[in-house]
Design a protein around this ligand. Structure first.
Ligand code: SF4
Length: 341
């Protein structure tokens, strides 16, 4: 399996990283467009300077089967986030982190080097892909690390695992670099996103972003071994009381892209962190079956479903950064039970 970033020259990859880093100077890396100079220690909504902080880098077997295979995904769980979902299951690393001080040049380079080393270590451990998890606010740092990692022998493809709140100019710098886009489409209604994820215009930005991802990598293509080669796999997490706007999101996928787009319809919602009424319950079997019926109505066929019975295994605990996932979620046979085609 060849990674796309190996098909562009080193100087081109370096140039992408440099261009991306320049965006930090008046930050518009994500749609918040805070305009702060992160290279001078200023911080915006995400609270991050130009320091690249990875909370946990682990071999993970909890993603969809074509990403997991037998070796798993080498996930880098990035610190902080550009959303503030009341129900975030990763809240320990996305929201409860310590404010950064202005890093020295040496510290800065060390974090890029360390991230590169983590990617190479995961490759040695036998993962099929490197997953950048919640990367939207640190794309420049990740690109810088990728240049170093490639020099150190990194050869496996990159999965861009995002909440979908991505800025178009930033995504364009990833064209030819990322092999697999794994975006959420969390909400069809921006007013809901504002209320429970505390961001503006989610529906508009996420849809624009997903269309760009689809333009770059096309539909999800699998190899003979069942592993993903490249493409787009959209995730949609059902929320209680239809808050995610499932029908509208499914219509967007089927009509604005294609019914053949691969979709992961997620049932794993759990009321954690600050989730309050009406988010204070899991979704019901009836809600999940109703969403599945919608996909059938729209002709969406490449569907990954989650078992309602195994949801308990999907909640991470990032107090244990070396192994944030329960043991039975890190074994492939359990992954098969959690996901169904
Ligand atoms: S990445 Fe987004 S949230 Fe963070 S400072 Fe830049 S524009 Fe603001």
């Amino acid at each position: 399996m060849s990674a796309r970033y190996l098909e562009i020259s080193r100087s081109e990859l370096e140039s992408r990283a440099r261009q991306a880093y320049e965006i930090y100077r008046e930050c518009r890396v994500c749609p918040h467009a805070c305009g702060v100079d992160r290279t001078q220690g200023q911080t915006g909504y995400c609270g991050q300077t130009d320091l690249l902080s990875v909370s946990s880098s682990v071999r993970h077997f909890g993603e969809e089967p074509p990403l997991v295979g037998t070796g798993g995904v080498g996930n880098l769980f990035v610190t902080a986030c550009n959303m503030r979902c009341d129900y975030c299951q990763n809240f320990q690393i996305s929201q409860l982190w310590k404010k950064q001080a202005l890093p020295t040049a040496v510290e800065l380079e060390r974090t890029y080097q360390s991230t590169a080393e983590q990617m190479v270590r995961l490759q040695k451990e036998g993962v099929h892909f490197i997953g950048w998890v919640s990367p939207s606010h640190v794309v420049p740092g990740l690109l810088k690390s990728l240049v170093l990692a490639r020099d150190m022998g990194l050869r496996i493809p990159i999965i861009y695992n995002t909440n979908g709140y991505d800025a178009l100019p930033t995504l364009k710098l990833l064209d030819g670099v990322v092999d697999i886009y794994l975006p959420d489409l969390k909400y069809a209604h921006s007013a809901t996103a504002k209320k429970i994820s505390h961001i503006q215009e989610y529906a508009e930005f996420s849809r624009e972003a997903v269309l760009e991802m689809y333009r770059q990598v096309g539909p999800l293509v699998l190899g003979e071994d069942g592993l993903a080669l490249h493409g787009l796999l959209v995730r949609h997490l059902l929320l209680p009381e239809g808050l995610a706007g499932t029908w509208e999101t499914l219509c967007f996928i089927a009509l604005e892209m294609s019914p053949s787009v691969s979709l992961s319809l997620m049932s794993q919602y759990r009321p954690v962190h600050k989730a309050r009424f009406p988010l204070n319950r899991e979704i019901t079997i009836e809600e999940y079956e109703s969403a599945i019926a919608m996909t059938r109505e729209l002709g969406i066929e490449n569907l990954y479903l989650q078992s309602m019975a195994n949801k308990v295994h999907n909640l991470p605990n990032f107090d244990n950064t070396e192994n944030p996932f329960p043991l039975d979620c890190t074994q492939n046979q359990d992954n098969a039970a959690v996901w169904q085609l």
